[in-house]
Design a protein around this ligand. Structure first.
Ligand SMILES: *Cc1c(COP(=O)(O)O)cnc(C)c1O
Length: 460
């Protein structure tokens, strides 16, 4: 009796050949593709809704997948400028395939030491990139939210131990909501979350932070954590990290840098300048699925004093006893909430081993220059308010002297053309359109399409 769950190598090859054909069509779809298409969505949802799995063959299922993927947003499209793009470079698919095929366990070093070494290499490359010392540790996570959570818990444990009921955390009003969520879930009281205003560039106002840390502090409510943003989601604003580190450390607080969007810009000259001081933060979040253009599912958290991270997460279990644990390699399971975990580091390991740093640095430079040029164009046009020069690669703009509805209508009209996809946000009570460039596929043509679509949508 053959076992369908375990195809022969020949049968498996036949499956993979079909998958490869499918991949080729996905990668080859060119000019006609739309950044977003919701025209047939209701029909599609009705077709896909099934209460029990009806058996089908692979060809049929690939056809279904292609049809489903053709509706909604296309994150592979060069014109995807909404939110913070997650571009999905094909190398991620190759790495995920190999990781799933080999299926090693990299949570403890004694199970697959050599695979752990590869994951550890990728993590150390991130750590060195940010200027962290040898004793730094970290883990790859599913994304920035889990990375931020992992760091907040580490900071809480390091600064407050088990007596954390009154600990206060400080962050700017532009901070990603995953930080507040992490704080609340890790036991910080809502009233102990202190929001600090931002300056005219939407960067955390250090004077206001100084006041907040000094004025409201009582010995019962120690400031234990200050968040510095290395690229806010709204506009890519980079907080003055060096000043925040100096100030927070004087107050004995841990500094966590949320670099989910912008941390990777240390690969560029401009980034190194604007992110100065990041190596002095106590922990850092990166999101390689954003700045390294990989597919969804790769975040990273680094802690400068790795021992603090292990102290926060270490727990023992009889059934996990190692035969021999003398290795210098970390047990990642001791540094995070996850026990069983995919071999995520392989994505970064494979990409960096194949391509090196340079293509990533170059693509980041390109994305930043597209944003700078967009900002220039719109600033010269009296119909727009474009208040913030991009620190990284995001531009927020609105129609001048018009209400929010007019700005949002413009965005909708642009998106309907299908060549680019923009998203919106609210800053200071007003609606803004955001264009965030963060894809290795972005080029001059992306910017030209965007500018032409803006022009034409305004003309009609
Ligand atoms: C995207 C983002 C996050 C959340 O990361 P996920 O990978 O979506 O979980 C956190 N902070 C910032 C600044 C981000 O841009």
């Amino acid at each position: 009796m053959s076992n369908v769950l375990e195809p022969t190598p020949k049968e498996f090859r036949a499956v993979m050949e079909r998958v490869l054909d499918f991949s080729e069509t996905v990668l080859a779809r060119g000019a006609g593709a739309r950044a977003s298409d919701s025209s047939r969505i209701d029909e599609m949802l009705t077709r896909l809704d099934e209460k029990e799995p009806a058996r089908a063959d692979l060809d049929e299922l690939l056809t279904t997948l292609a049809a489903a993927a053709a509706t909604g947003s296309d994150h592979l499209h060069p014109g995807f400028l909404a939110y913070v793009p997650i571009a999905g470079a094909p190398v991620s698919a190759v790495a995920d395939y190999l990781a799933a095929l080999l299926n090693p366990y990299v949570g403890v070093q004694w199970d697959s030491p050599a695979m752990v070494q590869l994951e550890w290499n990728a993590l150390r490359w991130m750590s060195r990139l940010l200027g962290y010392p040898e004793q730094a540790r970290g883990v790859f996570t599913s994304g920035g939210s889990l990375a931020n959570f992992t760091a907040v818990v580490t900071a809480r444990h390091a600064r407050l131990g088990n007596n954390y009921a009154q600990g206060r955390i400080f962050m700017s009003d532009q901070t990603h909501h995953s930080i507040e969520r992490a704080a609340l879930i890790s036991g910080v009281k809502p009233e102990c979350i202190v929001t600090v205003p931002t300056d005219a560039n939407l960067r955390l106002d250090v004077g206001a932070l100084d006041e907040a840390l000094t004025d409201t502090g009582t010995s019962d409510e120690p400031p234990f954590l200050v968040i510095a943003n290395a690229g806010t989601t709204n506009t890519g604003a980079v907080d003055p990290i060096q000043e925040i580190v100096d100030l927070a450390h004087r107050h004995g607080a841990w500094v966590h840098v949320d670099g989910a969007y912008g941390g990777v810009f240390v690969l560029t000259q401009h980034g190194r300048r604007i992110l100065q001081g990041i190596d002095q933060a106590d922990s850092i979040t990166l999101d390689p699925h954003k700045g390294f253009f990989l597919s969804m599912g790769l975040g990273c958290v680094l802690v400068k004093e790795g021992a603090a991270m292990r102290a926060a997460y270490m727990a023992e279990a009889a059934y996990l006893s190692p035969a021999d644990d003398t290795s210098s390699l970390p047990n990642f399971a001791d540094y995070s909430l996850e026990l069983t975990r995919p071999f995520r580091g392989l994505r970064l390991w494979l990409a960096l081993k194949l391509y090196g740093w340079e293509p990533f640095a170059q693509a980041l430079e390109t994305n930043r220059s597209l944003a700078v040029r967009l900002h220039q164009h719109l600033s010269e046009d009296p119909r727009f308010d474009v208040p913030w020069k991009p620190d990284l690669s995001t531009v927020a703009f609105r129609l001048r002297d018009r209400d929010d509805a007019a700005t949002l209508r413009l965005m909708k009209a642009i998106n309907q053309r299908g060549r680019v996809l923009l998203s919106s946000t609210t800053i200071g009570g007003r609606s803004y359109i955001r264009a965030c460039f963060l894809s290795h596929r972005s080029s001059d043509a992306t910017l030209d399409n965007l500018l032409a679509d803006i022009r034409e949508c305004l003309a009609t």
